[in-house]
Design a binder for this molecule. Structure first.
Ligand code: MTE
Ligand code: HPA
Ligand code: MOS
Length: 794
């Protein structure tokens, strides 16, 4: 296009992406009309299942008496490991995860059998009546104990660069310490659920609330001794997943499918909240021992950390979670000489799994804690120490794992936030306030984030899509991603609408379905819209090109061009001609003609032009050497920063978040409205992790905080009254979908600022001279403990 005319200018101004659009199901959500798995009308003859679970953390099962279970009202059958037709396994990577414990239990809550009854309540009541005889074995409950016993689910990892020991010895100043950061329950509002329906000729149709339909399909096929083509897994939406339904929906899907297969009737397995929390894994808690050397100015010259996570009884995704922790220990800081060790402690607790951030937050919080300590040692503002250690642009820009950072915007982003949050003035105001306030202390913290985008298992970075244009011009999109509230369907629909120049109301996205797009990856690692958006764009472009070629034949008036028919643009001239056909405003513009999209589609159908297409995408340039822990594991980085101000009552440990300012780099956002929602949601969820959400196992290995009565997630009243979330204007240097950046997980690191603001307020008690030994979660109890400790050391 040499001189854009009026048509071209209009086409350039028209866009389907980059604008705030409501979530595709927003209305259905508020009207209560959105169908979740439990809302699907039940077929006649549907049975209900419940799991029978272990009451011991580690034991051999010597006998089970099901007499009372079978005698319970409504009970149809009980199945154990012995009844599984195929493999008794639902582990995602390593096959150490039985569906039902076989002879041995490894945590309190581990499923041993499934009861099938005529109602949900009857199944649950009956499940408690089994008489299980155990022979108890010694149990390991904490990551520290696992580490001491060298009890791991995988071999430990080690990443080194430079000579950390020598750099440490040379360093003018040194710091050593330990830190414990607790785990977190996903607390999706919709619990785990699967509804399995036997179909003809060994078919099994399973509706499942899952982030990973393809893996559910594989696990079910193996458990039932069938092939993948026998099993169809479908998920229209989840009421939240947050990583908890990446691998751990498998147990529920498999148990329901086994029961359906054995009874040859539809079986629904819906977890009650307590069962869900007792059975499934959570975010890994981490224990750290660190040693850093730094200069008098606060620059880190050597950093050594030994981290151990509570993996639980099996590997699940603990390996990749630990890898991501290792690859996020640097956060936004250049660390020349590092020595990072990570181990996955095998404990007799739930098998921990993915949770928003996937180890990234656990890696990054350790270095943030260290920087916070350095600042207090030097009597400096922690924000200044942070800035001093930031990655550079052309130097000091290589991560410990060898990826060169080419998109660093942390300096500009923080400058902008420093100004908009009035950080410096508020710091002074808070000092003045604290000087006159002996009991209520205010605290302020500014924390940055950098997050690597891509699955850190390279082959998972692929996606597929299927786009249908119907003869009436309406468009149906199916892709491999799953909708968990994050808005992937809205974004993918926008991408397709944009390609075909259609108003969004003409594009509908259907349930994720293993019979439509095969071999999908989990919707995870924040890559859902990146990958599936690209795949859907690829599909839509193929249809657009065919329609354009056809339009040229009809209206082009260029003899010879596209003489080859509707099969596509063959020559370069053809390709250029096809590019000049413009799709916008529900109209196709060709050679001065403006044809309504639906009209062209109608004609194209009669002319036998294929109106649907598949699409595919694989993220380029990724590689990773797991042994050396080096490579280019991420496609790009997303950045962000936040400033939080809190007030802490130093007599009770109660606190309040007074104001939070968050700035997040979503690239050229596909949908700023949805992205802001993600930023705010992740902020509050991360704040809950670091403050009120405490997982507590008793000495017998039983998780005692297994319901909202004892496990405190943030409520509306915990949100700051003054909450200023914004998107940082940026454009992805990587060729991502419309140059946007992922948004799902990274903002979970923003509320580090809340934790460090609380620590700042506590340290005001001792004139900011002592480092408060504050662990996460910073519950009121933990806050009081830290205050007591620093008062004692004065
Ligand atoms: N947002 C909502 N509302 N519900 C969720 O379950 N999961 C988070 C994030 N945002 C989640 C969410 C997690 S863990 C991930 S990996 C991403 O969404 C996945 O979706 P995306 O890749 O499409 O952003
Ligand atoms: N995030 C989520 N799930 C994963 C990842 C990841 O980085 N790697 C493998 N599975
Ligand atoms: Mo998200 S933890 O990668 O499902």
């Amino acid at each position: 296009m040499n001189h854009p005319g009026a048509t071209e200018l209009k086409a350039m101004a028209w866009t389907g992406v980059g604008v705030g659009r409501p979530h595709e199901s927003a209305e259905l959500h508020v009207l209560g009309q959105a169908t979740y798995t439990d809302d699907i009308p039940e077929l006649r003859g549907t049975l209900h299942a419940a799991l029978g679970t272990s009451s011991k953390p580690h034991a051999n099962i010597t006998a089970i008496d099901f007499a009372q279970v079978l005698a319970s009202p409504g009970v149809v059958a009980v199945y154990t490991a012995r009844d599984i037709p195929g493999t008794n396994d639902c582990g995602p990577i390593i096959h150490d995860d039985p569906i039902f414990a076989d002879g041995k239990v490894e945590y309190v809550g581990q499923p041993i059998f499934v009861v099938v009854a005529d109602s949900h309540d009857n199944a649950r009541r009956a499940a408690r009546r089994a008489q299980v005889t155990y022979e108890e074995l010694p149990a390991i409950l904490t990551p520290q104990a696992a580490h001491a016993a060298k009890s791991y689910v995988l071999p430990p990892m080690h990443l080194r660069r430079g000579d950390c020991q020598a750099a440490f010895e040379r360093a003018p100043r040194k710091l050593k310490g330990t830190l414990y950061v607790g785990g977190q329950e996903q607390f999706y509002l919709e619990g785990q659920i699967a509804y399995a329906i036997p179909r003809e000729a060994d078919g099994m149709h399973v509706y499942c609330s899952t982030q990973h339909p393809s893996e559910m399909q594989h696990v079910i096929a193996h458990a039932l001794k069938l092939h993948s083509h026998h099993v169809l897994v479908e998920c229209r939406r989840m009421g939240g997943g947050f990583g908890g339904k990446e691998s751990q929906s498998a147990l529920w899907a498999a148990a329901a499918a086994i029961a359906a297969k054995k009874t040859n009737r539809p079986v629904k397995l819906r977890a009650d909240r307590d069962d869900d929390m007792m059975v499934t894994g959570k975010r890994h808690c981490f224990w750290y021992e660190y040693e850093v050397g730094y200069g008098d100015d606060g620059r880190i010259v050597a950093a050594k950390v030994d981290m151990v996570s509570r993996a639980g009884y099996s590997a699940d995704l603990s390996g990749p979670v630990a890898t991501r922790a290792v690859c996020h220990f640097d956060n936004t800081y250049y660390l020349s000489d590092v020595d990072i060790r990570a181990a996955c402690g095998k404990t007799n607790t739930q098998s921990n799994t993915a949770f928003r951030g996937f180890g990234g937050p656990q890696g990054a919080i350790a270095i943030e804690y260290i920087v916070d300590e350095i600042a207090r040692e030097l009597g400096r503002d922690a924000y200044d120490i942070r800035k001093l250690n930031f990655y550079g642009k052309d130097e000091r820009n290589v991560t410990p794992y060898g990826q060169v950072i080419v998109d660093n915007v942390i300096h500009e982003l923080c400058d902008q936030l420093e100004e908009s949050s009035e950080y410096r003035a508020r710091r002074q105001a808070i000092d003045a306030y604290n000087a006159g306030s002996p009991v209520i202390k205010k605290g302020l913290a500014f924390t940055p984030l950098k997050f690597g985008i891509a699955f850190n298992v390279t082959h998972l970075n692929q996606a597929g899509a299927l786009v249908h244009v119907y003869v009436d011009g309406s468009i149906l999109v199916n892709h491999g991603g799953t909708e968990m509230g994050q808005g992937i369907n809205t974004k993918v629909a926008q991408v397709v609408a944009h390609e075909l120049g259609r108003d969004l109301r003409h594009v509908r996205v259907t349930a994720t379905d293993t019979s439509k797009v095969a071999n999908t990856s989990a919707t995870a690692a924040s890559t859902g819209a990146d990958l599936n958006g690209k795949a859907a764009q690829d599909a839509a472009r193929q249809i657009r090109d065919r329609l354009a070629a056809y339009a040229l034949r009809l209206y082009g008036g260029v003899p010879g061009v596209l003489a080859g028919g509707a099969s596509g643009a063959a020559s370069e001239a053809d390709a250029a001609a096809v590019e000049e056909v413009l799709f916008y405003d529900d109209t196709v513009h060709v050679n001065g003609h403006a044809i309504p999209f639906a009209e062209l589609v109608q004609k194209a159908y009669l002319a036998r032009v294929q109106l649907w297409s598949d699409g595919y995408y694989a993220t380029p340039h990724l590689h990773w050497d797991p042994k050396a822990m080096t490579g280019h594991p991420f496609s790009y980085y997303a950045y962000g920063a936040a400033v939080s101000e809190v007030a802490v009552d130093t007599l009770t440990g109660e606190w309040k978040l007074l104001r939070a300012d968050a700035l997040y780099d979503a690239g050229d956002s596909l949908n700023p409205a949805i992205d802001l929602g993600q930023v705010e949601g992740a902020f509050i969820q991360g704040m809950g992790w670091l403050t009120t959400e405490e997982l507590w196992w008793n000495a017998g290995g039983k998780l005692m905080t297994h319901a909202p009565s004892t496990y405190k997630i943030p409520g509306v009243s915990d949100c700051p009254e003054d909450f200023r979330a914004a998107l940082f204007k940026n454009r992805n240097v990587e060729d991502s979908i419309h140059r946007s950046k992922a948004v799902g997980e990274p903002p979970l690191l923003l509320p580090f600022s809340v934790f460090f603001a609380i620590r700042d307020a506590i340290s005001a008690v001792a004139g900011h001279k002592v480092n408060p030994p504050l662990q996460a979660p910073a519950t009121s109890e933990a806050i009081l403990k830290a205050i007591t400790a620093i008062e004692a050391s004065r």
